[in-house]
Design a protein around this ligand. Structure first.
Ligand code: IMP
Length: 401
């Protein structure tokens, strides 16, 4: 079975969870390889709204086991809340449905405090993600396995000392309190801790279908994004093998992009549109962060940036989401290049309601022309277009999969 990668091709929030949900019906595994609870995916489970942050979105499919690889970071208390919320929504969620690598680094109260103090300059999600990856690289990190082996206390002392030295004004909790809290949560998660590389290797040898779920988007990759306005992990195909601990051949590499573009937090966004059109996109697209509730910055699709995402992950196909959000605009635009003066735009006539359409050929001519230009400009075929939040509101393009 082909291994499938789903990654964001913009700055996150492209609707990857939606695409994963669509593909997970056929997958045996859904695997996260990077990031932490900075990601957010809203799902409706048994009529109840649930926001997943670290649990792989595909793993809500009963036949699909979730794995969280070593490239991720986890706040153990927050992960338990996610698990409990699923149980409360009637999903019998337990160690048979989710496995976590013992090498996942733990987000501590010191990381959250540091992120709250310094993250505003970047506009982080405040979840302690960057400081946790910082301590990992500085060899001052605590992994789940370290807590289970009782090795965490001296390391927590070192973490606390760094934050206390940089921010004497912050009232930090004691190492004792943080350690006791961590121990409680990590020991409760112990039944979920598995050898992710071994399990994945066996699954791939047995020809199981494995879905790798990217978090955030190409523009936020720590190496290849709009540094320093990036997250602290690898959000592109390159992050997979490192983030799960076994070499992975990715056969289908799917990039998800909105028919327009959004960004939360600071940093360059050349096609950002403020004023009436920006407000229109935010309102029609419900563009508010699912992790932080922050209003997202909105703008036009940026074809050169999309091409970059294609190159970074070797994308074999594109999924364009939220085409319906553009309905009702008198005219829409797409950046086809950039020069010193900023983006160079191509304009398209506006089109009416498309949310009821399920056949690509029935889309208004302007919408079809827009999509054809995206595929040609990105030199990558579009396989799926979504036109609404509900499960069936999408259409396949080209050969159905
Ligand atoms: P951090 O990942 O919390 O450190 O935030 C770094 C940057 O990545 C900020 O601009 C965040 O808004 C952005 N970011 C992190 N996670 C997401 C996400 O899931 N969607 C969109 N932006 C994100």
């Amino acid at each position: 079975m082909p291994n499938v990668l789903v990654v964001g091709a913009q700055w996150g929030d492209e609707g990857k969870g939606r695409v994963v949900d669509h593909l997970a019906a056929r997958a045996a595994y859904a695997v996260r390889f990077g990031g932490g609870a900075n990601a957010g995916h809203t799902l409706v489970v048994n009529g109840q709204k649930t926001v997943l942050h670290l649990i792989p979105a595909g793993a809500l499919n009963p036949n699909c086991r979730g794995l969280i690889g070593n490239g991720c970071v986890a706040d153990p208390a927050a992960l338990r809340v996610e698990i409990d919320q699923l149980r409360a929504a009637g999903v019998p969620y337990g160690p048979d449905r989710l496995g976590i690598s013992g090498r996942v680094h733990v987000v501590t109260a010191f990381h959250r405090a540091y992120d709250r103090a310094e993250g505003a300059a970047i506009g982080t999600t405040g979840r302690g993600i960057g400081p946790c990856y910082t301590d990992k690289a500085a060899r001052r990190g605590v992994r789940l396995i370290d807590v289970l082996d009782g090795l965490h206390r001296p390391v927590l002392e070192a973490q606390r000392a760094v934050v206390a030295a940089l921010h004497p004004e912050i009232a930090l909790p004691s190492v004792e309190a943080v350690a006791a809290d961590l121990e409680g949560h990590v020991h409760a998660l112990a039944p979920y801790v598995v050898d992710v590389p071994a399990e994945l290797e066996a699954a791939m040898r047995a020809d199981a279908q494995v879905l790798f779920e990217g978090a955030q988007g190409a523009g936020l990759d720590v190496d290849h994004g709009t540094y320093p306005f990036v997250t602290s992990s690898h959000t592109t195909a390159g992050g997979v093998t490192n983030g799960v601990g076994v070499y992975v051949e990715l056969h289908r590499r799917i990039g998800v992009a909105k028919a327009y573009c959004t960004r939360v937090g600071h940093g360059p966004f050349p096609t950002e549109v403020e004023g009436e059109t920006g407000d229109f996109l935010r309102k029609q697209g419900h563009e508010y962060g699912s992790t932080t509730g922050r209003p997202r910055r909105c703008g036009w699709l940026d074809l050169p940036a999309l091409r970059e995402a294609v190159r970074l992950s070797g994308l074999t196909e594109l999924v364009i989401t939220k085409l319906d959000v553009l309905s009702g605009l008198p005219e829409l635009q797409m950046a086809t290049g950039h020069d010193k003066g900023g983006p160079i735009y191509r304009a398209y006539p506006g089109f009416g309601e498309v949310s009821h359409i399920r056949e690509h050929g029935e889309l208004p001519q302007a919408a079809q022309a827009f999509l054809a230009d995206v595929a040609a400009g990105a030199r990558t075929p579009i396989s799926l277009v979504t036109v609404g939040a509900e499960r069936g509101a999408l259409m396949t393009v080209g050969a159905a999969r």
